[in-house]
Design a binder for this molecule. Structure first.
Ligand code: GLU
Length: 473
């Protein structure tokens, strides 16, 4: 197997492996797989020191079978057309797997953000948005960006503001981008959504005894040792929520080094230390591993790559000592590494399923923006008083007096409660569908791992949607 097929080729290889287990016409499969449109543009940036730099930006819309298309915008030196098309394709499959009604897209700007000032980044982001508007690559019903590697709420606010200034439909302009700050029509729970989704997904995976036994693991996340690669938005939140459910985060890997403590790291303290010193490396309550990649090889139950693509390769795969690889990043495992892990009986929970929490909550944000009402706002107080009335009725009927602590649990759902419960339900349902597909094929002795099962489900859902258009038989 070639070690370095392009990223988009890798995604298509995974697609083809799954497509063999379906019987759709070849033309339909080709239509699903192909990237519908992509666009590369350059523009000049007048830098703070007066020099002129050329900025390269891309946006790819992989599939228009559902509109709008949806996907993040990343700022990284690795950005190029192939990467953006691959990531856009992963968005298509991801949305289908968790049944979020969007096509897939992705955008990016090729830059190292540490080399630019805040005001340069603002000018770049606004100009990039302007280019998207000119090319009809953004709009609430067209294509809706979101944060990704190297971007966050601030960039999304600039995108919204630039779009809103020029939008013909001012009322719905707020739905042109998701992952916005709360004060700019964002939704509670979006910031931590991908990490939270990773943990909801892993809880579901680890609760199935039949699947844990062959890995030599007990059920449940409690007590499981975890190593997280990447301490950005996704890695930090995944680690934080893993700690909240009593998993043991024993290693955190960053670009400048890894830290290890077999008894478990306090994720919040590590984050506070990084905020203070700029790095996790000198964190006092851990051993420092100077070569970050060596951190990937620590013995653990679950390895969570939450950084960039192509981190687990033919070279390091034989030395990985985890039982489960939980792909919080997009495309962290090369095809050669994937084959090695399958042979070694390591369970891979694929990116297309496991990191779909971000886009799921983006969907909730988009709905909230279009409906112009905060989730839970209409029903919260009513729900609150109904529950209190029930509580009093139970007290009267049984003579039991609820304690103050029990009383505190009674409240109507607010936005974050609804977002988290919608996210949890989405992750559980999608995993059950994925596992069901895997089991069906296992019964036929087909070699279908979780990644392939996830792709099979995505292909079915997208194919159904094309077939309803009457284009294909
Ligand atoms: N960038 C995230 C992802 O790769 C989120 C995309 C979105 O919310 O649209 O899934």
């Amino acid at each position: 197997m070639v070690e370095k097929p392009s990223f988009f080729e890798k995604v298509n290889t995974d697609f083809d492996r799954a497509a063999r287990f379906t019987d759709y016409p070849r033309g339909l499969l080709e239509q699903i797989k192909i990237c519908n449109s992509s666009c590369h543009f350059t523009f000049p940036l007048k830098r703070d020191d007066g020099t002129i730099a050329t900025i390269h930006g891309w946006r790819a819309e992989h599939s228009h079978h559902k509109l709008p298309t949806k996907g993040g915008i990343r700022y990284s030196t690795l950005v190029d057309e192939d990467e953006i098309m691959a990531l856009a394709a992963l968005m298509t499959y991801k949305c289908a797997i968790v049944d979020v009604p969007f096509g897939g897209a992705k955008g990016g700007i090729q830059l190292d953000r540490s080399q630019y000032s805040e005001s340069e980044l603002e000018r770049i982001t606004r100009r990039y948005t302007y280019e998207l508007i000119q090319k009809n690559y953004i709009g609430p019903g067209v294509d809706v960006p979101a944060p990704d590697f190297g971007t966050g709420e601030t960039e999304m606010a600039w995108i919204f503001d630039t779009y809103a200034t020029m939008a013909p439909d001012k009322l719905n302009a707020i739905a042109c981008v998701t992952g916005k700050p709360i004060e700019q029509n964002g939704i509670h729970g979006r910031r931590g959504a991908t990490g939270r989704g990773v943990v909801y997904g892993l809880e579901e995976v680890c609760n199935i005894e039949e699947d844990m036994k062959p890995l030599g693991l007990t059920t449940g996340l409690q007590g499981k040792s975890v190593v997280v690669q990447g301490f950005g938005n996704v890695g930090y939140h995944a680690a934080k929520f893993l700690m909240e459910v009593d998993a043991r985060v024993i290693g955190i890997i960053e670009i400048d080094g890894a830290i290890h403590n077999p008894n478990g790291l306090d994720v919040e303290k590590v984050a506070a230390h990084r905020a203070e010193t700029g790095s996790i490396c000198e964190y006092p309550d851990a051993e420092l591993i100077e070569t970050p990649n060596a951190g990937l090889e620590l013995a653990c139950d679950i390895l969570v790559p939450a950084a960039l693509e192509n981190q687990l390769t033919r070279e390091n795969a034989p030395r990985i000592q985890a039982n489960i690889i939980a792909e919080a990043a997009n495309g962290p495992t090369t095809p050669a590494a994937d084959a090695i892990f399958r042979k070694r009986g390591i369970m891979i929970i694929p990116d297309t399923y496991l990191n779909a929490g971000g886009v799921t909550v983006s969907y909730f944000e988009w709905l909230r923006n279009l409906s112009h009402v905060q989730l839970g706002r209409l029903g919260k107080r009513f729900e609150d008083s109904t529950q209190r009335t029930m509580l009093h009725a139970v007290e009267r009927a049984t003579g039991y007096q609820f304690s103050e602590d029990e009383r505190q649990l009674i409240h109507g759902a607010d936005e974050e409660d609804l977002v988290n419960s919608g996210l949890q339900d989405t992750m559980i349902r999608a995993y059950q569908e994925l596992r069901e597909t895997r089991m069906q094929h296992k019964n036929k002795n087909d070699d279908v791992d979780c990644r392939t099962a996830a792709f099979i489900n995505a292909i079915h859902r997208i194919a159904q949607s094309y077939m309803q258009l009457g284009i294909f038989p």
